[in-house]
Design a protein around this ligand. Structure first.
Ligand SMILES: *Cc1c(COP(=O)(O)O)cnc(C)c1O
Length: 368
């Protein structure tokens, strides 16, 4: 790659292929793979990522909201798309674009049956979400009777899968809780099958679930962060390849005297004669103010340069006092060597957040 001369997010599609194949190697051959491409594929680019994964014969996609699914359909994605958190106001669009809803509450079930009946739909595929401990979205086991009786009264929808979500699949201290969720989900599935007489697919594992709970892969797994190169543990991180590199450039270098201050509200004071570099990336690009005050850093010519003072909307200033560099030099915010999770953890957050925060203003560049 030529050195960055502006702020760019480079997306390495061969790393995506590597991660997909690595995660698939953890599955039984018949287990289906759902790729989670919500939030612009975790900030990379949902359309390009989905096109690439579709070429690799991924079985399913998931997004959070209907408009994300619409963007994929507009781009020619034909694989089935599960919408994890639809609202009833967008059901008409969802049906028009052949998206498949997660049905997570009685209200949503009633509303979806109403609209599919009114449209004389037959066997419209839906996915029923059960809450096994996250207490975020989903039915409980004692809702099954009511769900089944509603299903018995309509032919407008058809349950394609039952699913649930693990609370702490990456946390080995929560093994007991996770196993308990898995057992609860098995009971739910058995009860549902018995009462409804149908046998939908089952799925429960996200990326860390794929790695830590092979006995809970069921019929399909749902992976997001792993595809983008993070495995929530040092061991797995070493096997995956981050697909996104955020790079920029030094716009200007200043030499400042002792006690001069840098940036808004004079949040940084020089301890002696110091050199600073101004970089064209700020909180509007996704570098949150939590990375200011020397919590976050960038890498210039392989040296760590802390972000000093407050992060501005369009810029950060970094300390380069001991770094040999010049205006126009490349700046790495994160890449496959200086990883996004290291930067995120330095500011007490997680790779998911920094990745999904990279705003649409940052140009995406795809490397085949
Ligand atoms: C986001 C999400 C996933 C993907 O989780 P990763 O940890 O990124 O693999 C899977 N399932 C559901 C329900 C989600 O919301």
């Amino acid at each position: 790659m030529p050195k960055a001369k502006e702020t760019v997010l480079e997306i390495d599609l061969s790393a995506l292929t590597h991660n997909f194949n690595y995660l698939k190697s953890k599955l039984q051959p018949q287990t289906k793979f759902l790729a989670v491409v919500k939030a612009f594929a975790y900030g990379s680019d949902a359309v390009e990522i989905a096109k690439h994964l579709q070429k690799l014969n991924v079985d399913y996609f998931a997004v959070a909201y209907v408009n994300e699914g619409v963007a994929l359909r507009d781009a020619g994605i034909t694989a089935p798309i599960l919408v994890l958190h639809p609202q009833s106001i967008s059901f008409k669009t969802l049906i028009d674009r052949c998206l498949e809803p997660s049905i997570y509450s009685t209200h949503v079930l009633d509303e979806f049956i109403k609209i599919t009946k009114a449209q004389s739909q037959k066997d419209y595929p839906v996915h029923i979400k059960f809450n096994t401990g996250l207490n975020r979205l989903g039915f409980k086991v004692n809702d099954i009777d009511s769900i089944v009786s509603k299903l018995d009264n309509t032919s407008s929808i058809k349950v394609k899968s039952l699913f649930s979500h693990l609370v702490a699949s990456e946390d080995t201290n929560e093994l007991e809780f996770s196993n308990n969720q898995i057992e609860k989900f098995k009971t739910i599935a058995a009860t549902f099958e018995e009462k409804s007489g149908i046998k939908p697919w089952l799925h429960m594992c996200n990326t860390s679930g794929i790695i830590n709970y092979p006995e809970a892969h069921f019929d399909m797994v749902r992976s997001g962060i792993g595809l983008y190169g993070f495995g929530n543990s040092i061991e797995e991180d070493n096997k995956l390849k981050p697909i996104a590199s955020l790079k920029s450039v030094i716009s200007q270098i200043h030499t400042i005297e002792k006690d001069e201050t840098v940036g808004y509200n004079r949040a940084y004071t020089a301890k002696g004669i110091e050199k600073t570099a101004t970089i064209p990336i700020g909180h509007a690009d996704g570098i949150s103010r939590i990375y200011g005050q020397e919590k976050g850093f960038v890498t210039i010519n392989s040296e760590k340069a802390p972000i000093i003072g407050n992060v501005c909307m369009d810029m950060i200033m970094v300390n380069i006092t001991n770094i040999d560099c010049k205006e126009g030099d490349e700046v790495i915010i994160f890449d496959n060597k200086y990883k996004a999770n290291t930067l995120a953890e330095a500011a007490n957050t997680i790779s998911y957040e920094i990745m999904t925060s990279i705003s649409q203003r940052v140009k995406r560049v795809f490397i085949p």
